[in-house]
Design a binder for this molecule. Structure first.
Ligand SMILES: [Zn+2]
Ligand SMILES: [Zn+2]
Length: 328
């Protein structure tokens, strides 16, 4: 398996595509649809002795444009089958109804979160200005947890890990030291993947994501190959560290409500993250919302319209966010 580094000036830094060579040459993720990234992908394949037309399959970890943008044009040139989890399939396919529904949910949330007019305008302009990164429409083959997909000379197993995106899926395979997986943005080596703002369709985003971290600890992969940056040598340990970050963040959300009184998600986000620009206008309050929603479900915070208020003086983050035990 070979990593193909791709540029990405827009979102979380550089992206990775991966090539699984063999009988059925397969790409895992493809990067945004820009001239520069198209060139990166062509150059990367060329260096490995492959051409876009040789690709037989593309597996996508989730619907975000920095992972899927070039899928349509690679498919047009190669006739490759494109696999993605069923929960993200319609968005990747460019289905108008699914895109409109996603926009409708987003607009409702932005209002609920209390994003003021000026940053909201900036965010809307930012998102509207980046729609072309999604690329051409794709003919997708939906997959679900446990499915097996022929790739290279072996196969990939679909492991559904929702949270950052509703359909986010890892693809597991037998590596040199045991079971390994392509994990997209389920876990990243340097920072904590956004939860709450990255896919507004996800119900109970924090609890959903914590379950996925728990599953990653359970699966205890020998190595993970993320959508950004370098491979992760102990994915279970990384999942535990990220769960710990969420526990700390929950603690901070509780103290913001304690010190400042009732607040909406935008205000909580400002206390946590300060001033925000471009995509962070979405990710900041989204993250605050994911935590507030989690606290409401646990009964320690009460929601009245857009406002959240502390309902229990003795709430303990350690009881509200579980950090999974290592299974070794
Ligand atoms: Zn993502
Ligand atoms: Zn990403």
């Amino acid at each position: 398996m070979e990593r193909i580094p791709l540029g990405n000036t827009v979102f979380e830094g550089r992206n990775n595509a991966y090539l699984i060579p063999g009988d059925r040459p397969t790409l895992v993720d493809v990067g945004v649809a820009t001239d520069a990234v198209r060139q990166d992908l062509h150059d990367g394949l060329d260096a490995l002795g492959y051409d876009v037309a040789d690709i037989d399959a593309i597996v996508l970890t989730h619907w975000h444009a920095d992972h899927t943008g070039l899928a349509g044009e690679v498919q047009a040139e190669s006739d490759a089958a494109v696999y993605v989890h069923e929960d993200d399939a319609a968005l990747v396919a460019g289905d108008e109804d699914a895109l409109a529904e996603e926009r409708r949910i987003s607009e409702r949330r932005f209002e609920e979160w209390g994003i003021p007019e000026e940053p909201l305008d900036e965010l809307t302009t930012f998102l509207g200005g980046h729609e072309e990164l999604r690329g051409d429409t794709v003919d997708v083959t939906p997959v679900t947890d446990g499915d097996r997909i022929a790739a290279g000379d072996d196969e990939l197993e679909v492991v559904h890990l929702p949270g950052h995106a509703a359909g986010l899926s890892a693809y597991a395979f037998d590596g040199d030291d045991g079971r390994e997986a392509f994990v997209g943005d389920a876990i990243l080596p340097k920072y904590t993947p956004n939860v709450g703002g990255a896919d507004l369709r996800v119900d109970r985003p924090l609890a959903t994501y914590l379950d996925s971290l728990d599953r990653l600890v359970d699966l205890d992969f020998a190595r993970a190959w993320p959508g950004h940056r370098d491979s992760i040598d102990d994915p279970a340990a990384r999942a535990r560290v990220i769960a710990g970050h969420h526990r700390e963040r929950t603690e901070r959300v509780l103290s913001v409500l304690d010190e400042h009184g009732p607040a909406d998600a935008w205000t909580v986000s400002a206390h946590l993250f300060g001033d925000l620009s471009n995509i962070h206008i979405l990710h900041g309050p989204g993250e605050a919302f994911a935590h507030l929603d989690h606290l409401v479900e646990a009964g320690v915070v009460e929601q009245d319209g857009s406002e959240y208020a502390l309902a229990a003086a003795d709430a303990e983050a350690s009881e509200l966010v579980a950090v999974p035990e290592t299974k070794r």
